[in-house]
Design a protein around this ligand. Structure first.
Ligand code: GDP
Length: 360
């Protein structure tokens, strides 16, 4: 299971955000048994396309693609040296596929900042520094071993070179995610070292509701983390939204000038940061989104539903979601020549509406 690890300094709103995500009936509805541990939550990827499909097919229910989050508490300055929960925290973060840092940009004087002042830039740097130090420790331990191996085996030269280059990049204070590609480091080579800063990053800026409409302020924050994605929300408002009726929630969002809850954006950006996309199936029983990695082939996509579908794959009948909606019904889409028969080499696209043909 691919998971997004939520990290951040104490008191920035991580728990508030995590609770809003996982206590949210709409987002968590289809995953009642998904809370495996108190800090792990599985939520549904909001996808309005499923509502439309369910209408067309008269589907009984809607099943969204699952996205899992883990609340990784305890990252403090000095964590890499064993401060706070230290190594326990680092073990947790190692298991996450992507890292979502929650950054405090809200002002509330009643909420103490651990470093005594609100500075998103400094907070990001503090967290990055801890992760960088942890990676440098990993590399320090690994390098003597890699040196020895490279002397004996040609095929270990690549990882040795990548590890050395990674160490010098990290020593300059740059994370692998931000700098590896530009430094010509082959991330694939480093895979077995499970370095933390090589994971995809995304950022949630927890801002005051008044600032959500302040484009200049948000652009400034966005620039701090680019090319990583940034999501902006007021975590306190998000946690209030979950107790409101749909109408009340819509009113509150309108009042603060937001088209949708920030949580929806976060789940979508998190999902794409994981390198995932969805294809869709629909029938009278359910309209459903299925998760595949970007680049998956049609048989691989079929295998997500059932391994038998992959083994016995013959072909896939596919219509792009937008073409189906434009035509109105599957039959109309067929008449318009929009429904394609694709074979085993077809690379899936996000929003493909699919019916697989297979041998059992
Ligand atoms: P964590 O330590 O990062 O998990 O932070 P918490 O979620 O426990 O939040 C710390 C404190 O900040 C709590 O008192 C929250 O109510 C408050 N808080 C969280 N998000 C916001 C926000 O967006 N605005 C304001 N004003 N307070 C917030």
């Amino acid at each position: 299971q691919l998971t997004i690890g939520i990290v951040g300094l104490p008191n920035v709103g991580k728990s508030t955000l995590f609770n809003a995500l996982t206590k949210n009936d709409v987002l968590a509805a289809n995953y009642p048994f998904a809370t495996i541990e108190p800090n792990v939550g599985v939520v549904g990827l909001p996808d309005p396309r499923l509502d439309k499909l369910a209408e067309i097919y008269n589907s009984e229910k809607i099943i969204q693609a699952p996205v899992s989050f883990v609340d990784i508490a305890g990252l403090v300055r000095g964590a890499s040296k064993g401060q706070g929960r230290g190594n326990a925290f680092l073990a947790n973060i190692r298991e996450a596929t992507a890292i979502c840092q929650v950054v405090r940009a809200f002002s509330d004087p009643n909420v103490v900042h651990v470093d005594g002042k609100i500075s998103p830039r400094d907070d990001i740097e503090t967290i990055n520094t801890e992760l960088i130090l942890a990676d440098l420790q990993t590399l320090e331990k690994a390098l003597p071993r890699l040196e020895k191996e490279a002397k004996l085996r040609k095929d270990r030269a690549g990882i040795l070179a990548a590890a050395k280059a990674a160490a010098s990049l990290l020593n300059e204070g740059t994370t692998l995610y931000a700098g590896a590609a530009a430094a010509g480091i082959d991330a694939e080579e480093l895979r077995e070292l499970h370095l933390l800063t090589g994971k995809p990053f995304l950022y949630v800026f927890n801002v005051d509701e008044e600032e959500l409409g302040n484009a200049e302020f948000l652009d400034e924050l966005r620039a701090m983390v680019a090319p990583a994605e940034a999501v902006f929300m007021d975590a306190k408002i998000e946690s209030e939204l979950i107790d409101l009726s749909e109408d009340e929630a819509r009113e509150l969002l309108e009042a603060i000038g937001q088209p949708e809850p920030g949580l929806h954006q976060l789940i979508r950006v998190g999902f794409s940061t994981l390198g995932l996309q969805t294809y869709l199936t629909a029938g009278p029983k359910e309209a459903r989104a299925w998760t595949v990695p970007v680049g998956a082939t049609a048989p691989e996509a079929a295998g997500v539903i059932h391994t038998d579908f992959q083994r016995g794959f013959i072909k896939a009948e596919i219509v792009a979601y937008d073409d189906l909606i434009a035509a109105g019904t599957m039959n109309a889409a067929k008449a318009a020549g929009k429904v394609r028969m694709e074979g085993k080499d077809y690379i899936m696209r996000d929003g493909d509406v699919v019916e697989f043909r297979f041998n059992v």
